[in-house]
Design a protein around this ligand. Structure first.
Ligand code: UFG
Length: 325
């Protein structure tokens, strides 16, 4: 198959592109390079630079490459930033998604995997969080993904577009060649590893007065390669119909436990300072991934937090300045 990967120069998109190529698929990456890195795009993939809201650009890409399916990663994805600038998130994420779906329907490409998010569950009633948990977006960012999921449900019913929405919890880890390089970096694991590399003095813990075992927030970290495998399995299962899955390892770790695991992996003291809460952070997010395990046979290759951090550490040590672009 030929897969069009939007956001394929970003962290998760580039790893999925790498894994698709390893699985023998053809890949076309579309990325504006606003946030992504050209160096993250696999050499074997075709590359088209442009904005998803540009329909003329998309028409040219679809006509030239005739993809069989799309994996849609391109988006702004920071909860706090979306609270500060909601309209940018609605314009980019909803506008880009709608223009992409229009182009797909117009060109007859009717298979899509959507990057969705745990930010659909701001106030979960039950943990681990299953797919039937009522959706309460925690931010404008989460709302943009909810809107796209709703649009896709209607496109399935009216246009025969088959989709899988994969709601990731906390993506982490790296492959030998691809890892996490956000500018500026806001995510816990890369920040902690930057301290271990001597690039920062300390990590700030955003609040230690949450109702959790040590007062810091609990998250479910999932290796980016395990996410990639879920995309490939979901794509192959689309023949059976559209579906929605929550994706995590089903185990939560506090911020302090993540820092402690990174200390063991990196052999560095990694000083931590407690600061105020970050607005919008739910106390605990842990996924129930039984549905994707049962229905698609998904089993994580890296279920262990320390191994996930180890893969990230190896990448950061080899690429202390990230992709350098
Ligand atoms: N944290 C710190 N200090 C830091 C950075 C993070 O204490 O310097 C804490 C956060 O408060 C949070 C945890 O570490 O409790 C994880 O934070 P991240 O920023 O790494 O990840 P988030 O859980 O905030 O966000 C991730 C994705 C989002 C997605 C969200 C869904 O990055 O795209 O999960 O819950 F929306």
């Amino acid at each position: 198959m030929k897969i069009l990967v939007t956001g394929g120069a970003g962290y998760i998109g580039s790893v999925v592109a790498e894994e698709l190529l390893k699985a023998g698929e053809d890949v076309v990456v579309v990325d504006s390079l606003t946030l992504g890195h050209r160096a993250a795009v696999p050499r074997e993939a075709a590359f088209e630079q442009g904005d998803l809201r540009d329909r003329v650009f998309l028409d040219r890409v679809f006509a030239a490459h005739k993809p069989d399916a799309v994996m849609h990663f391109a988006a702004n994805s920071l909860v706090g930033e979306s609270v500060a600038d909601p309209l940018r998130y609605f314009r980019n994420n909803v506008g880009g998604g709608l223009t992409l779906f229009e182009a797909m329907v117009a060109h007859g490409t009717l298979k899509l995997i959507l990057s969705s998010t745990a930010n659909l569950f701001a106030t979960p009633r039950r943990i681990p969080i299953a797919e039937d948990e009522p959706i309460v977006p925690g931010s404008p960012y989460g709302e943009t993904k909810h809107i796209l999921e709703r649009v896709l449900a209607w496109l399935d019913a009216t246009c025969g577009l088959r989709y899988a929405a994969l709601r990731y919890f906390n993506a982490a880890g790296a492959t030998e060649t691809r890892g996490e390089d956000h500018r500026p970096e806001t995510h816990l694991i890369p920040i902690v590893l930057q301290v271990a590399l001597g690039k920062r003095d300390h990590v700030q813990i955003y609040g230690d007065d949450y109702p959790t075992r040590d007062g810091t927030c609990v998250r479910d970290y999932i290796h980016v390669v395990d996410l990639a495998q879920a995309h490939i399995l979901a794509l192959r299962a689309l023949e059976r119909g559209s579906c929605v899955y929550n994706l995590g390892n089903g185990r939560g770790f506090t911020v302090r436990e993540v820092i402690e695991a990174a200390r063991r992996v990196a052999g560095h003291p990694i000083p931590a300072v407690v600061g105020p809460r970050r607005p919008g952070d739910p106390p605990e997010l842990v996924a129930a991934s039984d549905k994707i395990a049962r229905e698609l046979g998904w089993t994580p290759r890296y279920p262990d937090l320390e191994t996930i951090i180890q893969t990230a550490w190896e990448w950061h040590r080899r690429h202390p300045d990230g992709y350098r672009d």
